[in-house]
Design a protein around this ligand. Structure first.
Ligand SMILES: [Zn+2]
Length: 461
């Protein structure tokens, strides 16, 4: 009896050890070079089974980016002390030969300077400056295929004089030279941003309903204060609309950059679970209060799609830019809520209509779903596609709102529909399917929304 109990408890302790085991990431900034080295350590597997995947896209970017082009010096390490060179596979991944050697570590370098030169859209690229390293997780961290769900421990090493900040665990009290972070899985690790260097300033915004931070590169103190005030106002307005705040904390990240060429575009910004990143051309005048629309829109994405999303958005197929049918919803619902409802910009309806009217034929003849599939890789690279997606989505939302209010004598509105989607996701913890969207909203409002829904599914022409 005792022996069995002993065995039983032994098994339990082994199992819990396994559950606690983590993948370790080590990020080293190389001195005097705008390159970083990444090292990933994991439970050993046969070298022939190990694929190191480098992402080609990320949720909400709607673009295919060949990050593998900036990766070099890929090496696998076996537990027996062998080094196996990484070989590029038939896609965005490296392999390590067909031996059965137990592989438990890989390392590679990422050339941040080359990335910034080659990628013309500043919102897709990490940045390196004399006093700054600003990293998008998905632009530098790869993963061992099959290990995406495992918890991650990340250690960052940099110059001893450089403070380290991450949106994973925002704090004004930054460590210098080295710091460690925990992420529940690969998706969380790469959703975050990492800001290193003496050029980064961090402030906490007082009196916010959740811990709210501004982290900025090359910002004046006026900018920091202004961004903080605008972020606080945005957060309060969104909280008033939705009635709750789902984020445990939030960081607004701004980079003020000297354009590295005329062709580089600093106009796009990016939303993440608990942060947003904006890029501004430092040679142009900046007024933080004029950025209210931009900030409220991106914080608004922390509700939709980050906490209620369609298929393709999450779980995300990192090796490709996956096809997504609901970009019009992600963007259109958020545009409508933030600009039309919260900021009460009624004139924006005409702009959305003109975006639809002025579109080229290859856009006008596409159904909503077809256009979203096209936008999955080309949302911003042909922004007529992006503008059409959010304009159609926002105008559909306007129609839904009017219809719901009319049918319920003003007792319900689109707010009940979007809260219905958010509640549905909270209960079901998965992506909604395309044909589930209208029924969820109809149920939440008590109105059959299929007439409006069906009308908007068609191509305008
Ligand atoms: Zn957006």
């Amino acid at each position: 009896m005792r022996r069995i109990i002993f065995l039983f408890s032994f098994i339990i302790s082994i199992t819990s050890l396994n559950a606690q085991q983590k993948i370790s990431y080590l990020l080293n900034k190389q001195a005097d070079l705008n390159k970083i080295t990444i090292q990933i350590t994991f439970d050993a597997l046969s070298a022939s089974d190990a694929n190191l995947v480098i992402p080609r896209s990320a949720p909400g970017t709607y673009i295919l980016t060949n990050y593998i082009a900036f990766v070099d010096d890929v090496v696998g390490y076996t537990t027996t002390g062998k080094q196996l060179p990484g070989m590029i596979g038939d896609g965005s991944f490296f392999t390590f030969g067909d031996s059965n050697d137990p592989l438990n570590k890989v390392s590679y370098t990422v050339d941040i300077e080359k990335m910034e030169i080659d990628l013309l859209d500043a919102s897709t690229s990490s940045k390196a400056r004399e006093d700054y390293l600003g990293l998008f997780g998905y632009s530098v961290f790869g993963f061992i295929e099959g290990m995406e769900a495992e918890a991650v421990n990340l250690t960052i090493n940099t110059d001893p004089s450089w403070p380290i900040f991450s949106t994973l665990r925002p704090d004004t009290d930054r460590k210098f030279g080295t710091d460690s972070f925990e992420a529940e899985n690969y998706a969380t690790l790469v959703d975050a941003q990492y800001l290193l260097g003496t050029g980064v300033q961090v402030t906490r915004v007082e009196e916010a309903p959740i811990p709210l931070y501004v982290a900025a590169y090359a910002a004046t103190s006026d900018y920091l204060e202004g961004i903080g005030n605008t972020s606080l106002l945005s957060l309060q307005k969104l909280a008033d609309y939705f009635g709750y705040i789902p984020m445990p904390h939030y960081t607004v990240v701004y980079e003020f950059l000297k354009p590295i060429s005329d062709r580089h575009d600093y106009g796009f910004n990016m939303e993440h679970l608990n942060s947003m990143t904006a890029h501004r051309d430092i040679t142009q005048e900046y007024m933080p209060n004029k950025d209210l629309g931009n900030i409220i829109h991106h914080i608004g994405h922390s509700w939709v799609p980050l906490r209620s999303w369609g298929e393709g958005y999450r779980p995300f197929a990192w090796q490709v830019a996956p096809l997504e049918e609901t970009i019009w919803l992600n963007e259109g619902f958020t545009w409508y809520v933030t600009f039309y409802q919260i900021l009460e910009n009624e004139g924006i309806l005409n702009w959305w209509k003109s975006n639809m009217d002025n579109a080229p034929d290859f856009i006008k003849t596409k159904t909503l779903r077809e256009l979203s599939l096209l936008g999955s890789t080309q949302y911003a690279s042909d922004f007529r596609i992006g503008k059409n997606l959010f304009s159609r989505g926002a105008l559909m939302t306007y129609d839904l709102d009017e219809y719901i209010q009319k049918q319920t004598n003003g007792k319900k509105s689109f707010k009940d529909a979007i809260l219905g989607l958010l509640n549905w996701t909270k209960e079901n913890q998965r992506a909604f399917k395309y044909n589930e969207i209208e029924p969820i909203m109809s149920k939440a409002t008590g109105v059959d929304l299929s007439p409006v829904w069906n009308k908007w599914q068609n191509a305008p022409e």
